[in-house]
Write a protein that binds this ligand. Structure first.
Ligand code: AMP
Ligand code: MG
Length: 354
């Protein structure tokens, strides 16, 4: 299959290009497009065949359900059985935006879309291109991240091209994704909303709207038989580059000297080393490749750059990457969740010099 690549205006998408992408989706084809989180791989969410093709193109396990994307609140009703009060409050506050909610699904949503579950994940994205394309189809659009399963999510059209060229009908290039981390997922089917995947909409932000919000404990630690994440996709070691990733925790000075020490050990063994640093520390490391995630005080910058950097280490043929860590709270929770997964939860403690 030849994949058509088109470039679109991210703020004011050209109507003819929007129509072209929507036509492919309506005919059952697959189109990758930008959203404010990461690039999504769109297909008709009510068409089992289109959804099957999404799983095939991504190499995604079929028990990992897809998120349905809508372009106006009125499109929610037909795909869910009920809208709980907490969901109503959360959508009033955060839609359109990087928040996905889990609802009991209606009859029209195929089980292929939901990986066999009786619930459905729904998001109303805010990106003008995503909104325009979905609106032009008049359909709920299934849109998982447009990467090969297991790879870091794509934040640029070039990442999608690298993973999926030849496997999908079209890639709509609308520049870099603003947030760079996937949406927050919250389950609103129970009494208290539960965060199944941390993202840009934080626990604190949701609590200010609905009161108590819980976090699925399985997302903070390595999934095990005793502790399985409620979002099926969260059990997979996602986001991993080919390089081995190690997180190094401790105070700044200790982290710098520990990472430099570890890099020496690896280089002795002939390994190409990489360090995921921040703006203030990037000059302090000795490694083959040193990349900065951005300003440590601007977590949104760190989040936006994370997947791009993980992919860059692979592109540069780095064997082993050492990364600084961030506080596991607020926006930092989403960053650490993805970093922990990239590292297979492997971290070392840097000890303070006595
Ligand atoms: P992606 O679309 O690649 O961002 O991944 C979607 C995430 O949403 C995966 O982790 C899925 O397991 C999760 N998800 C989708 N639908 C549901 C659902 N009905 N219940 C729980 N998690 C879901
Ligand atoms: Mg994904």
């Amino acid at each position: 299959m030849k994949t058509k690549l088109i470039r679109i205006n991210p703020e004011n998408p050209e109507p003819l290009l929007v129509e072209e992408a929507a036509r492919i989706l309506k005919e059952g084809g697959l189109v990758a497009f930008p959203t404010e989180t990461v690039y999504g791989l769109g297909g008709n969410g009510l068409d089992s065949e289109a959804c099957k093709n999404i799983y095939i193109a991504k190499g995604r396990p079929s028990d990992n359900p897809l998120i349905l994307h809508i372009s106006q609140i009125s499109e929610l009703r037909p795909i869910v059985r009920e809208i709980p009060l907490a969901a109503q409050k959360l959508m009033d506050a955060f839609w359109p935006g990087p928040l996905t909610m889990i609802f009991p699904k209606s009859q029209i949503v195929p089980l292929t879309t939901t990986g066999g579950l009786d619930t459905v994940a729904v998001r109303f994205p805010s990106h003008p291109v995503a909104k325009a394309i979905i609106r032009a189809t008049g359909l709920p659009i299934a849109g998982p991240s447009a990467n090969s399963s297991g790879k870091p999510s794509p934040t640029r059209a070039s990442h999608v091209e690298f993973d999926l060229s030849g496997k999908i009908d079209m890639i709509v290039d609308g520049g870099a994704a603003e947030w760079g981390l996937e949406s927050t997922i919250v389950d609103v089917t129970g009494e208290v909303p539960v965060i199944l995947r941390p993202g840009a909409i934080t626990k604190e932000m949701m609590e200010s709207v609905v009161g108590e919000v819980m976090i699925d404990p399985a997302i903070l630690t390595k999934p095990s038989d005793d502790l399985k994440p409620k979002a099926p996709g969260m059990k997979y070691t996602h986001y991993s580059p080919k390089a081995k990733v190690t997180l190094v925790k401790g105070n700044t000075e200790a982290v710098i000297s520990k990472i430099n020490e570890l890099c020496v050990d690896e280089r002795v063994q002939g390994k190409k080393t990489g360090v995921m640093a921040t703006e203030k520390t990037k000059g302090c490391y000795h490694a083959d490749v040193i990349l900065s995630l951005g300003d440590r005080d601007k977590l949104e910058e760190i989040g936006a750059n994370l997947f791009k950097l993980l992919r860059k280490f692979d592109y540069l043929g780095v064997d082993t990457v050492f990364s600084e860590v961030f506080p596991e709270e607020g926006e930092g929770l989403a960053i650490m969740n993805r970093l922990n997964k990239a590292a297979g939860y492997y971290r070392v403690e840097a000890e303070e010099a006595k």
